[in-house]
Design a protein. Structure first.
Length: 98
């Protein structure tokens, strides 16, 4: 019989791999069609960011509601993501002005 915690960890790892693959795909597509997006690039980036944040928070709340005990790497990944978003939120406008 398979240990449920092992299945859950495998599911989390698969979800992380899927999300990372979506990121890489998005970067690749952006590189391919970046010039054609023009002014819509900011809209696409913001829509992607909002979808990511919404999914990240919702997924964490659902897992917490199910009594999930997060592994240390999951907690670190969650908070590192928030830090990177905060840094991006500070750097992008600053770079746009300078």
């Amino acid at each position: 019989m398979t240990d449920p915690s092992n299945r859950e960890s495998a599911g989390n790892a698969a979800s992380l791999l899927s999300t990372t693959g979506a990121l890489v795909l998005g970067v690749g597509l952006g590189a391919l069609i970046g010039e054609r997006l023009g002014g819509a690039a900011w809209f696409v980036a913001i829509a992607g960011l909002v979808a990511h944040l919404w999914g990240m928070v919702a997924g964490r709340r659902i897992q917490q509601g199910q009594g999930h005990r997060f592994a240390r790497w999951e907690t670190w990944g969650y908070w590192i993501c928030w830090v990177l978003i905060a840094v991006g939120a500070a750097v992008v406008p600053w770079r746009a002005v300078t």
